[in-house]
Design a binder for this molecule. Structure first.
Ligand code: THU
Length: 131
């Protein structure tokens, strides 16, 4: 792993530790590397007693970054303690497709490091676009 990726993976692991997942007990962390910056912005899954209110880690990271004024991302790392590592759900892929190009790198990791890497368009070949 490059030092840049390692730093973002660490941010995703830290975010995962903040996961609020009392219902599934499935903690997820995600971090977006901000382009032209040392920053990585993280997010975790935040569950809700009304299950549909749950927000995934990937969307938490995107919404946090956009809320802080960042929309240009280099790559995403998602961390779970699962084998094989979890792939972002379709809602999250749609949200990523709003801001990221088809060749955007999505790295799937566990607590040991990055396990698999995909382009966004491999995971979501035909995103919905309104504009
Ligand atoms: N989850 C994520 O955070 N990201 C995904 O891409 C898939 C699922 C969360 C939602 C819920 O809190 C838990 O994992 C179990 O579905």
């Amino acid at each position: 792993m490059s030092p840049e990726m390692h730093k973002t993976w660490e941010a995703a692991c830290l975010s995962r530790q903040r996961s609020y997942s009392p219902y599934s007990h499935f903690a997820v962390g995600a971090a977006l590397k901000i382009r032209n910056s040392d920053l990585s912005i993280g997010g975790c899954n935040v569950e809700n007693a009304s299950y549909g209110g749950t927000v995934c880690a990937e969307r938490s990271a995107v919404f946090s970054a956009v809320s802080q004024g960042y929309q240009d991302f280099e790559f995403l790392i998602v961390v779970t303690d699962a084998e094989p590592p979890a792939v972002p759900c379709a809602f999250c892929l749609g949200v990523l497709a709003e801001f990221c190009p088809p060749d955007f790198p999505v790295h799937l990791a566990n607590l040991a490091g990055v396990e698999r890497s995909y382009r966004l368009d491999e995971l979501l070949p035909h995103p919905f676009k309104l504009l």
